[in-house]
Design a protein around this ligand. Structure first.
Ligand SMILES: [Zn+2]
Length: 155
């Protein structure tokens, strides 16, 4: 149980939320974990205003969750890749997704399946596979759209 006797600035949850407590920030991290990396990919996936996306990417780079990699001297384009610190948000987002699946499913159920890649077993919130019992890493997680969502855009 979290005591309320200490002030918010000494609470690590409060301090983490200073960085990732904003909706767009978490959704950018979600998309990065799903493999998106280009500015335009994030913009199209999120339907986010360009200036807001720019500000959020800058924050995430400044805090070291993403790193901006230029495509080359001839190109103005760059990609945003997760750092180890950013990847560590993966289990947090996975837990949030599983919590949402349980408590706020859509009328068609959970939008994505959570499968152990190569095994096909269901991965539960603790990141264990129900079929083989292994602890699954983010790399070993397969998140295909559920059949009812396979022909609709993901969100
Ligand atoms: Zn498995």
């Amino acid at each position: 149980v979290l005591g309320r006797e200490y002030p918010d600035e000494t609470c690590s949850i409060s301090r983490s939320l200073e960085i990732v407590g904003e909706r767009w920030t978490m959704l950018i991290l979600r998309d990065a974990l799903l493999g998106l990396s280009a500015f335009e990919e994030f913009r199209e996936s999120l339907g986010i205003a360009t200036n807001v996306l720019t500000a959020r990417l800058k924050l995430l780079c400044g805090e070291g969750l993403l790193v901006r990699v230029h495509d080359g001297e001839a190109s103005q384009r760059s990609h945003y890749l997760l750092t180890e610190k950013g990847r560590e948000m993966g289990p947090v987002l996975f837990a949030l997704m599983k919590w949402g699946d349980r408590h706020y499913p859509t009328q068609h159920g959970a939008p994505r399946l959570t499968l152990h890649a190569g095994c096909g077993g269901e991965v539960v919130q603790s990141l264990h596979c129900l079929a083989c019992g292994e602890r699954v890493t983010l790399e070993g997680l397969d998140l295909p759209l559920a059949p009812a969502f396979a022909h609709q855009p993901a969100d």
